[in-house]
Design a protein around this ligand. Structure first.
Ligand code: AMP
Length: 284
């Protein structure tokens, strides 16, 4: 197992990208904030199926955190991340400093409508997706990948990025990857490290509840009743629910009588100081 090549500047990334272009390689980018777990590794494995070279970016992006959120506390485990990526067969890690991405005088932000303002994450984190869209646009321009892989775990983010790439004519194929879960159903997340032992025992109920509601919806149950009951059940279990909503999967538009096609059930809830998000498919 070779060590993974660490690229700390945009210039170094571009030199590597140019060499791969000359060699006819197909390049995948997997953007992350580090503190890697098997969910991230599953993205690297999927990327390897679509490309001959895989670059993983590790950058805790300050502009997608609001004041008072966990930017400073966000886990940073760079050495361990590199070892995991080497074992997974990633070719390079792009690991820029904040001043490399946002130098003095930085003045541009990618502001979006559509999925970025669907009334889900954006209700609680109104500046979040401008930060996400800006960093992802920069990473896609810097790395110029043929494909980029993002997790369905962050379903609204995936919709935002698909829209961003269409709107800016970025020449990259976006691939969505299924959510990797612990055996008890809890979606893997770097933030699960914040959970106490007691909270970790409660946390899987979020996905259990989602899965049951999805099943009941597919059997023809009333969405309003099922969602109201599920919110009450989550609250009784100890979650502070930010939202639990059924949306059209394609663009996250609200579901109406006339809606057809795949739907998505999305939730965000706090358990103690840890904010958990999750979602499941609903095929009506
Ligand atoms: P993050 O480091 O949290 O920004 O996540 C980086 C990428 O990994 C994003 O595209 C996430 O959607 C994805 N991801 C995070 N958790 C999981 C998971 N449990 N399964 C699959 N992908 C995930």
């Amino acid at each position: 197992m070779g060590a993974v090549k660490v690229l700390e500047s945009v210039a170094a990334l571009r030199v590597q990208r140019a060499a791969w272009r000359v060699a006819g390689e197909r390049v995948a980018l997997v953007p992350t904030m580090g503190a890697l777990h098997q969910g991230h590794i599953s993205l690297v494995q999927l990327a390897r199926l679509h490309a001959t070279r895989v670059v993983v970016s590790i950058f805790v992006n300050p502009t997608q955190f609001a004041p008072g959120e966990d930017f400073a506390a966000y886990p940073r485990t760079f050495e361990g991340d590199c070892a995991m990526l080497a074992a997974a067969g990633a070719d390079a890690v792009f690991h820029p400093g904040v001043e490399m991405i946002y130098p003095d005088g930085f003045a541009t932000s990618v502001e979006m409508r559509g999925p970025a303002v669907a009334g889900l994450e954006d209700l609680v984190r109104p500046t979040h997706f401008a930060g996400v869209a800006t960093i992802v646009a920069k990473l896609l321009i810097q790395a110029a990948p043929d494909v980029a892989v993002f997790g369905e775990k962050d379903f609204q983010q995936l919709a935002v990025i698909r829209r961003l790439v269409l709107d800016l004519d970025l020449p990259v194929e976006i691939i969505g990857a299924p959510t990797l879960r612990d055996p008890d159903g809890l979606a893997l997340s770097s933030r699960n490290a914040y959970l106490s032992e007691a909270e970790r025992a409660i946390a899987p109920r979020l996905h259990a509840c989602l899965a049951r509601v999805a099943d009941d919806l597919q059997k023809g149950g009333s969405a309003k009743r099922l969602l109201d009951e599920a919110r009450a059940e989550m609250t009784a279990a100890g979650f502070a629910v930010d939202y639990l909503e059924l949306r059209q999967a394609r663009d996250l538009a609200p579901v109406t009588q006339k809606s057809a096609g795949p739907m998505r059930l999305l939730v965000a809830a706090k358990l103690g100081r840890t904010r958990l998000i999750d979602n499941v498919a609903v095929d009506l």
